[in-house]
Design a protein around this ligand. Sequence first.
Ligand code: GLN
Length: 222
Amino acid sequence: MTTSASAPGQTPTPITWTIAARQAPPAVAGGQVGVLALQGDFLEHAIVLKQLGVRTPEVRKAEELEALDGLIIPGGESTTMAILMDTWGLRDAICRRARQGMAVWGSCAGMILIASSLRDDRPKPLGLMNIRVARNAFGRQVDSFEADLQVAPLGGRPFHAVFIRAPLILEVGEGVEILARLEDETPVAARQGKLLATAFHPELTDDFRFHQYFVDIAKGVR
Ligand code: GLN
């Protein structure tokens, strides 16, 4: 069997694309944005960042955080990710690096994990961002939905957002700017300094504006 990975003129299959995304891209001035790769859809984020020309290590160990300007905590299952984070000593390391100025973007399960408090008993969040979050706030998996959002820092064109058993932001505290709301005013994206939270999954669309926005935050240019 031949693969289409290097055949000129052919569109790579998703599988070959995935393999390509795992190969280290060339270093790009402006640093590195890692993706926490314990569970969930970290690979989809890595693929987007690679297309933006950003060096994107997969992070599984505390020492891998040291060189990063930014870290994405992806969507997935927040209790599982929290257990794995604690097992591998990543909780304190992520908090320490965030205090030192590493940008952190929590998307969906990642937003649950970076919150300061949750409506739910589990998991224990990292407490990085001044937001209170409710898990599974729109119902069960079958109640997942998509919506076009106005996101001020991304310009006028609406952002098509995919919500999968999504959380929502119940309250925001001091220093938090709400970036996007649903039609009923529910906040679903927010920023606090170098911290970014989205209740939805920008890595599942081909609109890379949220990723570029986070890269710019990590570089300190936004
Ligand atoms: N429902 C998941 C949780 O509570 C999050 C879903 C997601 O990341 N798409 O952890």
